[in-house]
Design a protein around this ligand. Structure first.
Ligand code: ZN
Length: 157
C-alpha cells in the first residue's frame, strides 16, 4: 500500500486550555506515515484524513512525551555549570550531540542548582487542534529515507 505524506497545521494546548505551541502563521508540519516524525497518538489520529479536515486530537501524556521521571531531576553545584549567568527556565544541552538531553533550570538556591532532564511536556496531556493542508503520495526517496521532504519536512538534500 502506498504511503502518504500529510501536511497539517496545529495548535497545541494542555487540558486546561493553555496555549503551548502552534504552527499557525508559520510553516505547516509535513510527516511521512509510519516515519515516527510526530508523536504516535497524533499520527494515528491523522492517518487517512483528507485535506481540509479539522480534527481535535487528545493524546494522553504517556503516549505523547511520557510521564515525568523524578530520577531525572538533579541538584548540582553552580560552579559545575559552564555558564556565568543563570536564571530559572534556562535550558542547556548536556552534550555536543544535537540529540543530547536538554535540561531545564527549575530551582536556584544559593550554590545549589536544580536541573530537570524531563521533556518540558512530560506528564502533560496534550490537546491538538489540527487542520489537514495536503495529503499526497510519498516519493520513493521519502520512503527510503523514512521522512517527508519539501516544505515542512526535511531539507538536507
Ligand atoms: Zn531525506
Amino acid at each position: 500500500m502506498p504511503k502518504s505524506v500529510v501536511t497539517f497545521h496545529y495548535t497545541l494546548r494542555n487540558k486546561e486550555g493553555q496555549l503551548l505551541d502552534s504552527s499557525s502563521g508559520g510553516q505547516p508540519i509535513a510527516f511521512l506515515e509510519g516515519g515516527g516524525q510526530i508523536i504516535d497518538g497524533l499520527e494515528e489520529a491523522l492517518r487517512g484524513a483528507a485535506a481540509g479536515a479539522k480534527l481535535k486530537v487528545e493524546v494522553a501524556a504517556a503516549r505523547a512525551y511520557g510521564v515525568r521521571d523524578a530520577s531525572l531531576v538533579k541538584t548540582v553545584k553552580r560552579s559545575m555549570l559552564p555558564v556565568d549567568e543563570l536564571k530559572l527556565g534556562d535550558m542547556f544541552q548536556t552534550g555536543q550531540d544535537r540529540h543530547a538531553p536538554v535540561v531545564t533550570v527549575t530551582a536556584i538556591d544559593g550554590d545549589d542548582v536544580t536541573l530537570d532532564a524531563n521533556h518540558p511536556l512530560a506528564g502533560v496531556d496534550l490537546v491538538f487542534d489540527t487542520e489537514i493542508v495536503e495529503v499526497r503520495e510519498a516519493t520513493a526517496d521519502e520512503i527510503a529515507h523514512g521522512h517527508a521532504h519539501g516544505p515542512g519536512g526535511h531539507h538536507h538534500h
